[in-house]
Design a protein around this ligand. Structure first.
Ligand SMILES: [Zn+2]
Length: 367
């Protein structure tokens, strides 16, 4: 018969010697597991002579309880030590200096677009979105641009799908829109008058690719439709907008022009903010002798800034709820890239799209 005291001493010694939770588990299996001598002794207690059963059973159970309690308390102690070790190994030293992350900045075009949006939001306009891939209907037909108009030619416009060279037009064909005026119809279909919206976005033209143009550029379209709007409202809005853009009261002049979707149409010029309309070079340029006239307006005294006009009644009539007998409206489009060039005084629009960090970083943090 196994010696219970000896078994207990061995088990106690192994449980106490275990240095990790894993070692403790192994000792528990050896001394308290199903095939441990003490456990087997208790299981087979009936095989002992009857006079021994009570004494051995009692001593065995006492020993087992003691060993189980010892194993439990050793487990708690070892687990706590191991948790401490893991926490120490994973510790984050908050006193270390941070790794510096390169910090981005808003592109000068984004800065300018947001400035334009802010000005119009301040005048009560909403900013709306519109697709860049448009149907011929939105791009031309609904904007009063007839079949045969040069803008509809694939040499001027990027066709994405469905261009029908024989028919000359297919209202369902897809184009990259050539102007943000496509947003006019989109906004009118979504909202009822009165309507005051602006839409900034990208436009695409094949015919503008040359040394100083880009086949992609940015415009902002403004559209106002209400009862009783006249050319005077258009002029007042343009003046108010340009004054806020350039931060001062510069003269604005309207010249007659033609756009298919406005009647009458005008082009708006703003007095040159650099020479104040004189056409003279800046003091610095004059001193250097490199320029004999204003660099910004090329001596003209005026800067061409936008196309505008009263919305053609044919365009109003395209959308339900916009009765041309009741409503009138005006629209204008302004080149966002061009405004950025004017504000920051860089010479080539394409610099905006070349992603040269030396160029764009100059505008970091500017409003
Ligand atoms: Zn000038």
């Amino acid at each position: 018969m196994p010696d219970i005291e000896q078994l207990t001493r061995d088990a106690r010694s192994d449980l106490e010697a275990a240095a990790t939770v894993a070692e403790l588990e192994a000792a528990k299996v050896a001394h308290l597991g199903r095939s441990a001598p003490l456990v087997l002794l208790l299981r087979d207690i009936r095989e002992l002579p009857p006079e021994d059963r009570g004494r051995v059973g009692k001593a065995g159970n006492v020993a087992r309880k003691e060993l189980e309690a010892l194993a439990a308390s050793r487990h708690d102690a070892l687990a706590a030590v191991e948790l401490d070790d893991r926490l120490r190994a994973d510790a984050i030293d908050v006193t270390l200096p941070a790794r510096s992350m390169p910090r981005g900045t808003l592109h000068p075009l984004t800065q300018t677009r947001r400035l334009l949006e802010d000005i119009f939001l301040g005048m009560g306009y909403d900013v709306v979105d519109a697709p860049e891939v448009e149907s011929e209907w939105y791009g031309f037909t609904a904007l009063n641009t007839p079949v045969g108009h040069p803008a509809r030619n694939p040499s001027d416009t990027f066709y994405v799908a469905g261009h029908d060279a024989d028919a000359g037009a297919n209202d369902d064909a897809l184009i990259l829109r050539t102007q943000t005026s496509t947003a006019q119809l989109r906004a009118m279909q979504l909202r009822k008058p009165p309507l005051y919206v602006v839409h900034p976005g990208r436009v695409y033209r094949r015919d503008d690719i040359d040394a100083t143009h880009s086949d992609m550029f940015h415009q902002m379209e403004a559209l106002a439709i209400d009862e009783g709007l006249t050319l005077a409202h258009l002029k007042g809005t343009i003046e108010s907008f340009l004054h806020r853009l350039f931060g001062e009261e510069l003269d604005v002049r309207l010249r007659t022009h033609f756009f298919p979707f406005t009647e009458p149409s005008v082009e708006a010029d703003v007095q040159c903010f650099s020479c104040r309309g004189t056409g003279d070079p800046s003091a610095e340029d004059a001193a250097s002798g490199a320029f004999d006239r204003c660099r910004v307006c090329r001596g003209e005294g005026w800067i061409e800034i936008m196309g505008a006009g009263m919305v053609d009644p044919n365009v109003l009539g395209v959308v339900d709820g916009y009765d041309p007998e009741r409503y009138s409206g005006f629209a204008f489009g302004i080149g966002i890239d061009r405004v950025a060039m004017l504000r920051h005084g860089f010479p080539d629009l394409r610099m905006l799209f070349q992603n040269d960090l030396r160029f764009v970083r100059q505008f970091a943090g500017r409003p």
